[in-house]
Design a protein around this ligand. Structure first.
Ligand SMILES: Cc1ncc(COP(=O)(O)OP(=O)(O)O)c(N)n1
Ligand SMILES: Cc1ncsc1CCOP(=O)(O)O
Ligand SMILES: [Mg+2]
Length: 223
């Protein structure tokens, strides 16, 4: 297996849904299925925070979500837990600045997709040097989903990364909804990454559809 191409990854990143057991008020398998029907293009399993599952329960939950993704050909990324990603033969891993070093993770996962969180140009450049395939940049807008999130920095950080010539695929994250998606894409992101905009929506299907539409329209206007 070779590393995923930039073009393929840009397409996969358009609507990147992240979820763990404590992000939903409804059945998480139904939420993921609806999100896929609505048009998400990538899924990240992120099991952390209050009441998060661990051990076999976490493994079994991940396995079931992965089966839904596989059935619909949606790539399955694991947040933080590199060993779980390897055990499940997931499609990739996402790590942040406080997680294992990206170059060490790259050695462990071979050609699987590697996403790295970056908050500024320096972190972005280091992540690229260490083997990141894409960057997760944010929080762009205020979020109450991540307990230890840094302060929201707006879309300017995306513009800065592009103005400095970074061409790596990028998703914006943090407080993104169908209403502010256009801003994120116009500033330079290839896609949007969301938790609550889908996981807590009255209709995850409808919100995923609106996010996909907003991304599509913003990209078309920009070309
Ligand atoms: C796509 C994407 N971008 C950023 C993050 C945040 O990662 P990190 O900073 O390691 O924080 P946690 O998610 O682990 O709490 C992400 N998960 N996904
Ligand atoms: C995981 C993560 N990393 C930065 S903000 C965030 C949470 C995003 O959740 P939401 O889309 O509900 O604001
Ligand atoms: Mg992390």
């Amino acid at each position: 297996m070779a590393r995923i191409s930039t073009k393929q990854l840009q397409e996969k990143l358009r609507v990147y849904f992240i979820m763990g057991s404590n992000n939903c008020q409804k059945d998480p398998f139904a939420v993921l299925t609806e999100a896929i029907e609505g048009g998400i293009t990538l899924f990240q399993f992120r099991e952390k925070g209050q009441g998060a599952l661990s051990g076999k329960e976490k493994y079994d939950f991940a396995k079931e979500l992965q089966a839904i993704c596989r059935k619909h050909r949606i790539p399955f990324i694991v947040n933080d837990d590199v060993e779980l990603a390897l055990e499940l033969d997931a499609d990739g891993v996402h790590i942040g600045q406080e997680d294992e070093r990206a170059d060490l993770v790259r050695k462990k996962i071979g050609d699987k997709i590697l996403g790295v969180s970056a908050h500024n140009l320096e972190e972005a450049r280091r992540a690229i040097k260490q083997g990141a395939d894409y960057l997760g940049v944010g929080p762009i807008f205020p979020t109450s989903t991540k307990e230890d999130a840094k302060e929201a920095q707006g879309v300017a950080v995306l513009r800065t990364l592009r103005e400095h010539g970074l061409s790596i695929p990028i998703v914006g994250i943090g407080g993104i909804t169908p209403h502010n998606t256009k801003e994120v894409i116009v500033a330079g992101a290839d896609g949007v990454s969301v938790i609550s905009a889908i996981s807590l929506a009255a209709s995850p299907r409808e919100n995923a559809r609106m996010l996909a539409k907003a991304v599509r329209e913003a990209l078309n206007k920009d070309v």
